[in-house]
Ligand binder design. Structure first.
Ligand code: SF4
Length: 243
């Protein structure tokens, strides 16, 4: 069975199990566009969600418009809580992610993780374009991850980058303009760069971070418990934002 037939089987089984409340979550990289295409062919009108962090490159908005026109749908933009962003920027600066690993994770929590978790409440399952070959941290992803809430379905988990390129080319799918500029992974504008030949696919994300810096995230609360520094920072932001 071909890669795309297998992916179609996964998508069809998920649609049968979870019905019209299923959604596609994408940032409009090639994998996400492949998923949107496959799902819209089987179930036109399936919701497409994306996280608009407030720091996306303009080219991503161009891609959104292209996808909306091609499939005749309105993409749902998930946005962070304005009070949380304002408090974070006021207390930490707009580019806090450059200062330390905990501050980078804090920014991702406020702009991506928290708004996504809130939006996905009530959604039983969603499709994502993750592949095992993209990085070591993705090497063990499940095609249907039922430990995730909501259930996360990755129909392309076994695909190679070439499989994605072949499907994209065979089906004349639009491509994010930043691929032509040397990007292999596309996210927020200040945290993504083009990669050099031979570099890892994800090397252009948070490229300034070192493994040592990532080890420095632990803190001690007043009662002596170990806390991640990012949890301390996030608690402060949430407390100030709710005043
Ligand atoms: S990728 Fe960068 S700008 Fe985007 S949410 Fe994370 S730290 Fe913030």
């Amino acid at each position: 069975m071909s890669r795309s037939s297998e992916a179609h089987e996964v998508i069809q089984a998920a649609l049968n199990e979870f019905g019209p409340e299923l959604a596609v979550l994408t940032s409009f990289q090639r994998e996400g566009v492949v998923i949107v295409d496959m799902v819209q062919r089987v179930a036109p009108g399936t919701r497409v969600l994306t996280i608009d962090t407030g720091r996306l490159p303009e080219a991503t908005f161009d891609m959104m418009r292209t996808i909306e026109q091609r499939y005749g749908l309105a993409i749902e933009r998930i946005q962070p809580d304005p009070a949380e962003v304002a408090t974070m920027v006021e207390t930490q600066g707009i580019n806090l992610f450059r200062d330390s690993y905990p501050q980078r994770v804090l920014c991702c929590q406020v702009r991506k993780v928290r708004p996504l978790a809130k939006r996905l409440e009530g959604v039983p399952a969603f499709f994502a374009g993750l592949r095992r070959a993209q990085s070591d941290t993705r090497a063990d992803i499940e095609i249907v991850d039922r430990s995730s809430k909501p259930v996360k379905i990755s129909p392309l988990a076994d695909w190679s980058a070439d499989d994605v390129l072949r499907y994209t080319s065979d089906n004349h799918l639009p491509e994010h303009p930043l691929y032509a500029a040397g990007y292999t992974s596309i996210g927020c504008d200040p945290c993504t760069r083009a990669v050099a030949a031979g570099e890892d696919e994800r090397a252009g994300r948070w490229w300034w971070e070192t493994d040592e810096a990532k080890e420095c995230g632990l803190h001690f609360s007043p009662d002596g418990k170990v806390e991640r520094k990012v949890d301390v920072l996030l608690r402060e932001i949430l407390e100030r934002a709710s005043v």
